[in-house]
Design a protein. Structure first.
Lengths: 116, 231
């Protein structure tokens, strides 16, 4: 164990903070587009969804949306872990677990979006 | 009027407990501090800090009906009965309503709360234009009562690492000061996921500040400066 002194000054932090905001904006914009699309259509059925996802551009936008969700979630969960989990070893284990989980979600999202 | 006050004397009590007081107030008792002094005249074992009794020294901060504030500028007529008084949350209790502010001031000192300027001092004083001076409004008025930091969940969980709203407001007060030359060192010092970025803009600090200050806004400005510096 190193000394009991508490060092701070990790020289990062604003990147996460900025990413949290940027991903939030992406999530809102994408939601507006989706809601807007179905408002114009006047409802959403399987055919409409299928039509929407035929376009490659839309698939990329959808992936961007999902990656934003996961990255946003990662920063949020990491923050919660940093707030409440004091032992550093346990904290990093949980962080790795969450990262792996979100990575799996990302891969899964790709397979779904380009599934058909 | 009925009061329920948290009492704790570490030398005698196992843990804090609540004691009820039903006291007759005089017409001259207008602020909560007046009532507390009246209670103390009946029960002199009650311990509390106070000094200026006009919202300047910041010593009588406490948790009043669940919200932090200064007893001396809290009007009795505005309080719901029974008035429940507790010491500031999150800090170790020394006795009754008196808390140990060491951690709070440690964080305050960590931001170097003084103007850093290496130029030789001019004959009279370092001048500011009225516009430069204006930037300090809403920052310099802080009386370090700790109402804000002890209402901030982030400070409760990490008082040893997170500077807290009062310290960060003070940090921005010197960052914004035209006479200060250490803006980069100050930003370096705060560029940390704990020291600054534990603030999740919960805004409890803004809600409780008895001087009407907005630490959350100042914190946002520090974050913005850091982003502008880094992108
Ligand atoms: S910002 Fe307000 S609540 Fe916080 S210490 Fe200063 S005066 Fe007190
Ligand atoms: S805005 Fe930040 S400093 Fe203020 S109470 Fe919330 S987390 Fe604490
Ligand atoms: S006694 Fe000084 S602020 Fe209340």
């Amino acid at each position: 164990m190193p000394t009991k002194k508490i060092p701070v000054g990790a020289h990062y932090g604003w990147q996460d903070w900025l990413a949290q905001r940027v991903t939030a904006i992406i999530m809102v914009l994408f939601s507006i587009v989706i809601i807007g699309f179905f408002m114009i259509k006047g409802g959403a059925n399987y055919g409409d969804w299928k039509e929407l996802f035929r376009s490659q551009l839309f698939r990329i936008l959808a992936l961007l949306f999902f990656l934003s969700v996961y990255y946003h979630a990662w920063i949020g969960i990491k923050d919660v872990l940093m707030d409440y989990i004091k032992p550093a070893g346990l904290r990093i284990s949980l962080q790795v677990l969450v990262l792996l989980l979100l990575l799996a979600c990302s891969i899964w999202s790709v397979t779904i979006i380009w599934g058909t | 009027m009925k009061f329920i006050i948290e009492r704790y004397d570490p030398d005698q009590d196992q843990k804090p407990y609540f004691k009820e007081y039903d006291i007759q107030l005089e017409p001259s008792d207008r602020m909560l501090l007046d009532a507390l002094i009246r209670i103390k005249s009946i029960d002199d074992t009650l311990a509390l800090r106070r000094s200026c009794r006009e919202g300047i020294c910041g010593s009588d901060a406490m948790n009043i009906n669940g919200k932090n504030g200064l007893a001396c500028i809290t009007k009795i007529v505005d309080l719901k009965e029974p008035v429940k008084l507790r010491p500031l949350p999150g800090l170790p209790i020394i006795r009754d309503l008196i808390v140990d502010m060491t951690q709070f001031f440690k964080q305050y000192h960590s931001i170097k709360p003084f103007v850093i300027n290496n130029d030789p001092p001019p004959e009279k004083e370092r001048l500011q234009s009225p516009e430069e001076r204006l930037e300090l409004d809403g920052l310099y008025e802080c009386i370090l009562c700790a109402c804000c930091s002890t209402s901030c969940p982030s400070f409760w969980w990490n008082p040893d690492k997170f500077v807290g709203p009062a310290g960060l407001l003070a940090a921005y007060r010197f960052i914004a000061d035209s006479r200060d030359q250490a803006v980069n060192e100050r930003l370096d010092n705060l560029e940390d996921p704990y020291r600054l970025f534990r603030c999740h803009t919960i805004m409890n600090c803004v809600d409780v500040c008895p001087k009407g200050l907005n630490p959350s806004l100042a914190i946002g400005k520090i974050k913005e400066m850091m982003v502008r510096r880094g992108v």
